[in-house]
Write a protein that binds this ligand. Structure first.
Ligand SMILES: [Zn+2]
Ligand SMILES: [Zn+2]
Length: 348
């Protein structure tokens, strides 16, 4: 099998070869047709997350190098292990990548994506910037019939992340409307899921005017520029306080903007991993009765619900540029440089 491998942190990916694995037990071997290029790959390539204040979270773990990144995977079943039931060679699936140990309490309650001994494709075990990937069990293969393949792969990350965050926000909308902060790929997906799941008006905020306009076209009720010093006041005035603010950027600046206009009884939900830190006077938590929450990707159950919404035509297709495996490293560089509009999907 051919791979674009991480051979050293902070360095470009390199082409490597390995023996194509033979699936054992319940394993399924996918011949990868599409793998989305994701912002979180940049942190994995760096080997750390910026926690703000000069602090870094080391994410090198004990990943064996060379390692294959890429967690937004779709492809065709090429071979199945002797105990892999219910999947046939030749069938097309998206692979749910947020796989847990399968043994702990989190996994038992269906929250594999939060497992502390994860086997996440492209993060802790070899992933999708390759011609093949091993998926440990057929239950992680999701039916994406009717969804364009280059979109199906990205749904496993940006789609699922947006969907799960919106679901967490919904119960708080009794306190006011929803505000989405950060209109990158995930924020735009979240906007569309929110439109499908609630009749409440949806406010959006981004420093980029073109993104604000795109969001208004997708049905956002009002758009704000967080760089405008009067923006928080304007959100409060327009909404009377938002029921939930979801921060898809996840920087100190974006979160300061997101949580400020949350109404009493509302929630501020952080999804983005840009980096930074924040502080708040502790008494403000009870006085405002607000919930601070983090949301990290989503469960297999949420992935299936989300795919049903996409199959029902509730999500506009995102612009996708396809590139060959040999251009994976350049694609990460382009993403880092902000040169990518829409999504890049590697087609090994
Ligand atoms: Zn991703
Ligand atoms: Zn587990």
């Amino acid at each position: 099998m051919h791979r674009a491998s991480l051979v050293d942190y902070g360095k470009p990916l390199q082409a490597t070869e390995a023996a194509t694995p033979k699936p054992q037990g319940t394993e399924v071997l996918l011949r990868i047709s599409h793998c989305g290029v994701c912002h979180s790959d940049l942190h994995l390539q760096d080997g750390y997350f910026d926690l703000g204040g000069g602090q870094k979270l080391d994410v090198r773990g004990n990943r064996p190098l060379p390692f294959t990144l890429g967690h937004e995977i779709a492809g065709t079943v090429e071979a199945v292990g002797p105990e892999a039931k219910g999947v046939e060679p030749g069938s097309f699936y998206a692979a749910y990548p947020w796989i847990g140990c399968g043994k702990c309490g989190l996994c038992a309650r269906g929250d594999e994506h939060l497992c502390n001994a994860p086997r996440v494709l492209g993060v802790t075990v070899d992933g999708g910037y390759a011609t093949h990937v091993v998926v440990p069990h057929p239950r992680y293969l999701l039916d994406v019939e009717g969804i364009p393949h280059e979109i199906a792969c990205a749904l496993m990350c940006s789609g699922l992340t947006g969907y799960s965050a919106v679901k967490k926000a919904l119960p708080h909308l009794r306190a006011g409307p929803l505000m989405i902060v950060g209109l990158g790929g995930v924020g735009m997906m979240a906007l569309q899921f929110a439109r499908a799941l609630t009749d409440m008006p949806i406010l959006v905020a981004d420093i980029d005017k073109a993104k604000r306009e795109a969001a208004l076209k997708l049905g956002a009720a009002e758009a704000f520029d967080p760089a405008d010093p009067g923006a928080i006041k304007a959100v409060r005035k327009s909404s009377g306080g938002v029921g939930a603010a979801v921060d898809f950027a996840g920087s100190d600046k974006s979160f300061a903007f997101a949580h400020a206009p949350v109404a009493k009884g509302g929630a501020a939900i952080v999804v983005g991993l840009f980096g930074g830190s924040f502080s708040m006077p502790v008494p403000m938590l009870p006085l405002r009765a607000i919930t601070l929450m983090g949301s990290y990707v989503g469960s297999t159950a949420e992935a299936r619900e989300m795919l049903d919404l996409v199959k029902a035509g509730k999500v506009a297709p995102i612009p996708v540029e396809k590139r060959p495996l040999s251009e994976t490293s350049r694609s990460l560089d382009d993403l880092r440089a902000g040169k990518i509009v829409g999504r890049v999907v590697i087609t090994p």
